[in-house]
Design a protein around this ligand. Structure first.
Ligand code: N01
Length: 535
């Protein structure tokens, strides 16, 4: 990168997923010189990497898209109720081309380190190519679920040709025909991919550590009349829904599960089961907060698992004993039914822990299960992994990894004290994964872009979250989480899926109060932030 103009930017954005693309678009529209660095070979972020069979979104496609351009909203045609990974990736590529973003993105380039230069008030950003660039602002658009969690297992070589992590799936697919496949993990990625892997494979052994609740997707082609109707009022429809967290499909209830009689409660659960999707969780307003209310949903889904799975012993192993929604609820097509197939078996690793991956397959304390290939559906170092793996150093050389050792600390999930001019898109402490990600990304990017515009108009050169505001916000995030069921089981929301990671609830529960707080901060001249113009 010899050209000096290629070394100095107004802003550097890390990641070319939906957050990075829109950040680039917004800042360019504000006349800024921006460069995006992306480790992958194309745009799309999570949808670029997660190409496993059956990968699709669990938010209805009509609400999983940008709202910033009416023309884009009207032009783009989704084909299914839940969009498949290839279609979402096509959409990301379309956006990148349509808004002429590609020339400003450098692919196959990983940001390895970044250091805040206090005298210059600029970030020095190191790339794996060996180059260093500088920028006034550094935006981490690195995604909440982007760093694969690879389990530590004796004999496991994650780079081996016959080992596939769902979050790093080969671009030309994997042919499992006639193969014996071991699948480790039973989260959303396994639940989506297992039925399709089982269609091809000669034998599948699923290694389960914790069972998960899953509701049917009932995916289908979109009815053109339904699409036309929505599009005729799309802007208002989306504007209203994005403030409700998960959108219209969720159909939030204002009733407690405990204030209705059993017949009414069952009818509600049956109706939501029949319609499918995450809306099951919104059947009653106290499912995320009351153990007793949540227990009614648990009993209902356990009954559905027993109905779906022929062998009662297998069904018993597949039945979770955690609150519904405490781990992210899964959405499936024939997941439980797949265990009725004669060539699919379930191994509970709490009964017989995995000892090693061996040449013949997977060895547990009880047996060796033959396998020609291994699917690691073991999830991600969620919410913080992508940020802390970069050697980020703020004021006085403090590293973010050290600062977040005891759990992430961020003000509104947007910024973190000690790291001026660094912004996080959907960082810890924002609703992010507990909302429809696309509108949340748009809200964060809009907030950051407006903030930068404000700084420029007032000739400020640095903005930093104040430690007091940050501490108060982190306390509030934890206090709200403690009122809910979320801390009651181990999940990636708490980082407890990753060995050695501090157990702290990371997202913020509550989209409407979050939006209000963000607006209030701006209305009060960036309350809780320190802005300065020295330098
Ligand atoms: O990851 P996960 P995922 N030995 O962490 C198990 C989104 N997503 O990729 O629960 C044995 O949920 C682990 O066990 P445990 C969505 O938000 C969305 O499936 O930690 N097992 C668990 O069963 C989702 O929630 C979509 O005890 C081990 C599994 O691996 C998130 O991404 C589709 C293990 C990991 O499940 C992550 O989903 C896909 C070990 N050492 C993903 N280590 C949709 O939109 C881990 N496990 C529908």
């Amino acid at each position: 990168m010899p050209d000096p103009a290629e070394r100095s930017f107004d802003a550097v954005v890390v990641g070319a997923g939906f957050a990075g693309l829109y950040m680039l678009h917004r800042l360019r529209r504000q006349g800024m010189d921006v460069r995006v660095f992306e480790a992958g070979g194309g745009v799309g972020g999570t949808w670029y990497w997660n190409r496993y069979p059956g990968a699709r979104c669990d938010i209805p496609s009509m609400e999983y898209s940008y709202q910033f351009s009416d023309a884009l909203q009207q032009d783009w045609e989704w084909t299914e109720r839940y969009a498949s990974q290839p279609e979402i990736l096509e959409y990301a590529n379309h956006v990148a081309e349509r808004f002429e973003l590609l020339p400003h993105i450098r692919f196959h380039t990983r940001v390895t380190a970044a250091r805040y230069d206090e005298s210059e008030r600029r970030w020095q950003v190191a790339l794996d190519s060996g180059d260093t660039v500088t920028a006034r602002y550094l935006v981490m658009a690195t995604g909440c679920l982007s760093v694969p969690n690879v389990p530590r297992m004796a004999g496991l070589d994650p780079e081996a040709d016959n080992v596939y992590h769902t979050g790093r799936w080969p671009h030309d697919g994997v042919d499992f025909t006639g193969k014996r496949v071991a699948v480790i993990g039973t989260g959303s990625s396994a639940i989506q991919s297992l039925p399709l892997i089982a269609e091809q494979a000669a034998q599948v052994t699923v290694f389960q550590r914790t069972p998960n609740y899953s509701v049917p997707a009932h995916n289908a082609r979109l009815d053109p009349d339904y699409v036309a109707d929505l599009k005729s009022r799309y802007r208002a429809f989306r504007a209203r829904n994005w403030q409700r967290g998960f959108g219209a499909d969720f159909r939030d209830s204002d009733r407690s599960a405990l204030e209705v009689d059993e017949a009414e409660r069952l009818a509600e659960y049956e109706d939501r089961w029949a319609r499918g999707g995450l809306a099951f969780l919104a059947a009653f307003n106290d499912l995320p907060f009351s153990d007793a209310a949540n227990a009614t949903a648990q009993v209902f889904i356990r009954g559905k698992i027993r109905e779906a799975v022929n062998d009662p012993e297998v069904a018993a192993r597949l039945i979770p004993h955690t609150p519904v929604g405490c781990k992210r609820l899964c959405v499936d097509t024939n997941y439980y039914q797949t265990f009725n197939l004669p060539h699919v078996r379930l191994v509970d690793v709490t009964e017989e822990p995995i000892e090693a991956v061996v040449a013949e397959g997977v060895r547990t304390t009880a047996d060796t299960y033959p396998a020609d290939c291994l699917v690691l559906a073991t999830g991600f170092d969620a919410m913080t992994g992508a940020v802390t793996r970069i050697d980020l150093r703020g004021r006085k050389g403090q590293t973010l990894k050290d600062k977040w050792q005891a759990g992430p600390r961020a003000y509104l999930g947007l910024a973190t004290a000690g790291f001026p001019n660094l912004f996080l898109v959907t960082g810890p402490g924002s609703p992010s994964v507990l909302s429809n990600m696309l509108p949340s990304i748009e809200q964060h990017v809009g907030w950051i872009a407006d903030c930068i515009e404000y700084m420029q108009s007032k000739q400020f050169t640095a903005i930093e979250a104040s430690p007091d505001a940050e501490e108060a916000w982190v306390d509030h995030v934890n206090a709200v989480a403690d009122l809910s069921i979320y801390p009651k089981c181990n999940s990636w929301y708490l980082g407890s899926n990753v060995e050695g990671k501090k157990r702290v609830f990371m997202p913020y529960l509550g989209v409407p109060p979050y939006l209000e707080k963000c607006a209030e901060v701006v209305a009060n001249d960036y309350q809780g932030f320190r802005l300065s113009s020295r330098g």
